[in-house]
Ligand binder design. Structure first.
Ligand SMILES: [Zn+2]
Ligand SMILES: [Zn+2]
Length: 97
């Protein structure tokens, strides 16, 4: 452990979408009895919790701005999903310093 401020991890923004996705396939999750799995054929990913009901927390790489001007950071999968779901949404790459 060190208190060196230079060792503080990069404060990368995380996806702000409050539901989970398969990091590879997107909105293909099914949850039951507190567990979840990806239903995409051949994926086989499983999580021992209800991922659909948990914040995404993937690294954000896009910013989504809706027509009203509200914006949220999102991972690539959620950005693609939201771009289709949110009417008038603008998706742009997140600028990293
Ligand atoms: Zn999957
Ligand atoms: Zn996400």
């Amino acid at each position: 452990m060190t208190d060196d401020p230079m060792s503080v991890p990069d404060t990368a923004p995380l996806c702000g979408i409050p539901w989970g996705i398969c990091p590879e396939h997107g909105p293909t999750l099914a949850a039951s009895a507190g567990r979840s799995r990806c239903t995409f054929p051949g994926c086989g990913r499983r999580w021992p919790y209800d991922r659909l009901d948990a914040p995404c927390a993937e690294l954000a790489t896009r910013r989504i701005t809706d027509r009203a001007g509200a914006s949220i950071t999102a991972c690539a999968v959620h950005a693609a999903e939201a771009g289709q779901m949110i009417d008038g949404a603008a998706v742009e790459p997140l600028e990293r310093p």
